[in-house]
Design a protein around this ligand. Structure first.
Ligand code: AMP
Length: 216
């Protein structure tokens, strides 16, 4: 089973994806994470990517396709995949179709986390990432505590694009370029809508209610 987690920035795709990885042994392909890895390498490409991300725009499709193919080719045999934040425009839908054919895979369902703009802003402004274990927390909705996060709060970091002004641009990029992707998956009957404003645990239950009957 291979899943696409869809939704605006701050919808909770990363958080829900991490639960699925932990419980059902998926491999998560987050294009945002792959891009941040490139930035951390401080290469010329990484610097170029950071400029684009900090503007709130989409990174070039060719760069994304290469990063995704490298990851799929490595993990395709053993694991079911979750795509988080990909595809983000119609060209990337075509690229993904090509890659899935090449590596003999199919998308089983697309889960759209529908979230209001008010919640998105809070989710993004409260987001904190642990640089040690990679887990995502939120100051308002899911704070890091001694009990749920042994690394401790000293490793928590904010993303450089999680700022109020950039959020507005990222949301507008989403509505203009990414939303049309939903129609594509609706037309091929893969789309499931989920109330992404709900509590993290309720969203996860709903996701499991949809995917568990699909088997592996
Ligand atoms: P995310 O971690 O998914 O919120 O992505 C952070 C930023 O990385 C986005 O605002 C884009 O600038 C860039 N990005 C992530 N995924 C993609 C993608 N599939 N295509 C183009 N740009 C992307």
């Amino acid at each position: 089973m291979n899943i696409i987690l869809f939704g605006p920035p701050g919808a909770g795709k990363g958080t829900q994806g991490d639960y699925l990885v932990k419980d059902l042994n998926f491999y998560k392909i987050s294009t945002g994470d792959l891009l941040r890895n490139e930035i951390n390498k401080k290469t010329k490409l990484g610097i170029q990517i950071k400029t684009t991300i900090d503007r709130g725009s989409l990174v070039a499709n060719t760069i994304i396709k290469d990063l995704v193919e490298n990851t799929i080719s490595y993990h395709s045999v053993t694991k079911n995949l979750i795509f988080d934040g990909y595809p983000r425009n119609l060209n990337q839908v075509n690229d993904l179709d090509y890659l899935l054919k090449k590596y003999v895979k199919k998308i089983s369902c697309v889960l759209n986390l529908k979230v209001s703009e008010e919640i998105i802003t809070k989710r993004i402004l409260g987001r904190e990432l642990c640089e040690k274990c990679g887990r995502i927390f939120n100051q308002f909705f899911n704070p890091s505590t001694e009990k749920n996060h042994p690394c401790g709060s000293q490793y928590l970091q904010k993303r450089s694009d999680d700022k109020k002004q950039i959020i507005i641009t990222r949301y507008s990029t989403y509505t203009k370029e990414t939303l049309p992707v939903l129609d594509y998956y609706k037309n091929v009957n893969l789309l499931h809508e989920i109330d992404g404003d709900d509590k993290i645990s309720n969203i996860y239950e709903e996701i499991r209610r949809i995917i568990d009957p699909l088997g592996t």
